[in-house]
Design a protein around this ligand. Structure first.
Ligand code: UDP
Length: 327
């Protein structure tokens, strides 16, 4: 019998692929999403869909009242660094306060396992070494602070209610499955922006900051394929756990902004002009995962995360969906 898994944010970029993989192995995902940034068309037809906000007590009462939910995967959140710098209250209200309502409702309904979409942003600026999970967190923007606060809530629930949880600290999610890809409006992420230029929809890509203390002066990130991210969520349903654990999901290899643009030129065969711009607020220069813990706890390793496979899958999806989910 498949398990009922509540996936908040299941209409979003990563959630849609998580739902796809849950369905593929016979689990029964219930998507809770308010469609503030997600897309109804990104929810696979085999999943139950509930439109609502994770902080809406009435919606949660109904949802948990009519069925037994075996596990919660909490991916619904605002996730833009620059927006969080401009409007921190928006981020605290949704990512922390509404998240707390969800967590309390889930625990009250008997949910014993939570898989949380966390972020490497909680580490902040740490120099040019791969970052281990036990590095002291030091987020440099409100988005990262909200992710850290939710992780702390999970740790408190481990003590007070014996809740088992996995905080999956994603490095830079990228790529697409065959059916589901990245469609944000506005789009702020590097790879979809680069591909918009390749498609001829935008004349040039902005390169934010060329004076960072990195080899070519642009920020270095660890890009991880959304298929690999989703696979870690599915594995986390079954892994033996003791309380609250945090796991990096990254490849251990970093690529600079200019390296991504260059690789995209190779994959797409398009020119992709780039314009050098000042730094974007809140961006740490170097974020690369130290690997090992996710392998040990989940038996997980990235299998699709070469930069070429990431870019080729995203390029295929964007060509098949030139207007994203709107067509
Ligand atoms: N970036 C860029 N141009 C863009 C979008 C992003 O130069 O159009 C840079 C950004 O400043 C950061 C890196 O690319 O250094 C990755 O940014 P993204 O928004 O994709 O992910 P983040 O690391 O902020 O989660």
């Amino acid at each position: 019998m498949g398990r009922k898994v509540l996936v908040t944010g299941g209409a979003g970029y990563i959630g849609s692929v998580v739902v796809e993989q849950l369905l593929a192995r016979g689990d029964l995902p219930i998507v809770l999403d308010d469609l503030s940034t997600g897309h109804r068309a990104a929810v696979a037809s085999g999943a139950e869909f509930v439109e609502g906000n994770v902080g809406d007590r009435l919606v949660l009462e109904r949802l948990f009242g009519r069925q037994t939910v075996d596990a919660l995967m909490h991916l619904a959140a605002f996730a833009l660094v620059a927006e969080s710098v401009a409007d921190p209250a928006k981020y605290r209200a949704n990512n922390v306060a509404a998240g707390a309502v969800l967590l309390d409702a889930a625990v009250a309904a008997g949910v014993r396992r939570v898989i949380f979409s966390s972020s490497c942003t909680i580490y902040g600026e740490r120099g040019a070494e791969p970052i281990r999970e036990d590095a002291p967190p030091a987020p440099m923007n409100p988005y990262g602070e909200t992710k850290l606060e939710f992780e702390a809530m999970l740790a408190r629930h481990a003590v007070s209610h014996g809740l088992q949880s996995v905080s999956l600290r994603y490095f830079n999610a990228a790529g697409a499955s065959e059916c589901y890809g990245e469609d944000h409006e506005p789009e702020t992420h590097l790879i979809p922006n680069v591909l918009r230029v390749a498609q001829g929809r935008v004349p040039a890509v902005d390169v934010f900051g060329t004076d960072y203390p990195t080899p070519d002066g642009t920020c270095v990130r660890d890009y991880i394929h959304v298929l690999d991210l989703a696979d870690a969520h599915v594995r986390a349903l079954d892994a033996p756990l003791d309380g609250a654990v945090a796991l990096n999901l990254g490849t251990g290899t970093g690529h600079s902004v200019l390296a991504v643009v260059e690789a995209a030129r190779g994959v797409t065969g398009r020119a992709i002009p780039a314009v050098l711009r000042p730094r974007r607020p809140g961006d740490p220069p170097f974020l690369v995962a130290a690997r090992g813990r996710a392998e040990r706890v989940l038996g997980w390793r990235p299998r699709h995360s070469s930069l070429e496979e990431i870019l080729a899958s995203a390029w295929a999806w964007h060509r098949a969906h030139p207007g994203g989910y709107r067509n």
